[in-house]
Ligand binder design. Structure first.
Ligand SMILES: Cc1ncc(COP(=O)(O)O)c(C=O)c1O
Length: 425
């Protein structure tokens, strides 16, 4: 037993392998969505209507353990009481001002996030992609104004298997054809090296390189952890070659991996943190770039901005999130529960799983493709009351909210064991 064991929620009617067929209401929602919304996603056939902590409930009253947690945007679970209270309070006072004026929430948020990251300044935005774009622009400008790179020659090095968002510039450096096909031409000034290959990085750096943009753990790639020592080597290389180390911690940061930032696992401090997802507490899109003055100081009035970035509601929520993370409680939960998740999943290697990769409460498992696809595994899990998301054909990712209990982590492992056993029988 440990302090996180307590409480195993019930999945209602969905614990068996044969869930009831979607009701007429659910079917109508699905048909309406398919009819009127663009088909840029292929959701599981479940229509969610409410959420509470680690659990969501569909329109038919079936409960599911949410093991995707909004791609880690829901680290604190659904409708976390403390954040909800703060958001309601702020909504009742002031929600949006634009940055044409000061507001009484942005300063406290900026200070709290600067202290959490150990950086001198932050630049608030909304979505993760906007924060990545901001980091790219800041890096280029730093390259011209501080490093002295020749005009319009700046290069940013990215890594194979990356996922940094969906804007035209960002997909331009993706190597996933699903993300890139028919969206070109793309923004020049990016090169790509194999993920985790320090030798390739060293070779790729020339006088035009201003930054290395990387994920300390690749989430969309399938929870890919770089080789031990890579982050430290990267830090040393970036310092030696005068290149900014830009860590996209949008998914890996803010306690998910058992530390505040995934870079902390190698005691490494990047020059730039890119943050999003959980920064909005699962309630609202809040993202930010954090860096010291020598980097973020290149941004001057009028040269970058966003109507919604740093608005009072976003700042109030982001401030509360930073305060919640300052205690270390969620990081510790992710560490302890993550060990339990990883050891449970490892027992399934050879029983339908080919591999398990994990860091903190975040795991990617490769399903034996002879048994089923990742999508089929997720459908099987859904029928057993667990929601998760496949990626790259046969990988399934698990990122339960950090407020899940140990018993709920066991429930997830049991559900996966059941799906695999059924496929093997
Ligand atoms: C590492 C990383 N960077 C950037 C993004 C893009 O964030 P958003 O979808 O909020 O634009 C994501 C989203 O999954 C991500 O995982």
């Amino acid at each position: 037993m440990n302090q996180y064991d307590e409480g195993r929620g019930s999945t209602g009617d969905t614990t068996g392998a044969a869930a009831p067929a979607p009701s007429r209401t659910a079917r109508e929602h699905i048909e309406q969505t398919e009819r009127f919304a663009a088909h840029n996603y292929h959701p599981l056939p479940v229509v969610l209507a409410s959420g509470d902590g680690a659990w969501v409930t569909d329109v038919d009253g079936n409960r599911y353990l949410d093991c995707l947690a909004g791609y880690s945007a829901l680290n604190f679970g659904h409708r976390p009481e403390r954040l909800l209270r703060r958001a309601h309070e702020q909504l009742d006072r002031l929600a949006l001002t634009s940055r044409a004026f000061y507001n009484d929430q942005l300063g406290p948020f900026a200070e709290a996030l600067a202290r959490l990251t150990g950086k001198e300044r932050v630049l608030p935005m909304n979505s993760g992609a906007e924060a990545v774009e901001t980091a790219v622009k800041v890096s280029r400008k730093w390259g011209y104004l501080v490093k002295g790179v020749e005009a319009d020659r700046a290069t940013v090095i990215t890594m194979s298997g990356n996922f940094h968002g969906r804007t035209t510039t960002i997909v331009g450096f993706s190597d996933d054809p699903v993300a890139t096909d028919h969206y070109g031409p793309f923004t020049p000034g990016f090169t790509r090296v194999p993920y985790g290959d320090i030798g390739a990085l060293d070779e790729a750096i020339d006088d035009t390189v201003v930054a290395v943009l990387f994920e300390p753990v690749q989430g969309e790639g399938g929870v890919v952890v770089p080789p031990p020592g890579f982050l430290r080597d990267l830090r040393e290389l970036c310092t030696r070659r005068e290149v900014l180390m830009v860590a996209d911690e949008i998914q890996s940061g803010l306690a998910r991996t058992g530390r505040t930032f995934a870079c902390d696992h190698e005691d490494v401090v990047p020059d730039v943190y890119v943050l999003g997802k959980a920064l909005g507490g699962g309630l609202y899109p809040v993202s930010a770039v954090a860096a010291d003055d020598d980097v973020l100081g290149v941004i001057t009035p009028g040269t970058h901005g966003s109507t919604f970035g740093g608005n009072p509601l976003a700042a109030a929520i982001g401030h509360e999130v930073a305060a919640m993370l300052a205690t270390g409680e969620y990081q510790e939960r992710a560490r302890v529960l993550g060990e339990r998740l990883e050891s449970g999943l490892r027992k399934l290697v050879g029983a339908g799983l080919l591999a398990v990769r994990a860091r903190g409460l975040w795991a990617g498992v490769d399903i034996d493709p002879r048994l089923m696809t990742g999508r089929e595994a997720c459908e099987g899990l859904m029928r057993r009351g667990v929601l998760a998301k496949d990626t790259h054909g046969s990988t399934v990712r698990f990122a339960p909210p950090l407020v899940a209990t140990g018993d709920e982590i066991d429930l997830l492992v049991d559900a996966l064991a059941g799906v695999l056993a059924q496929a093997r029988s």
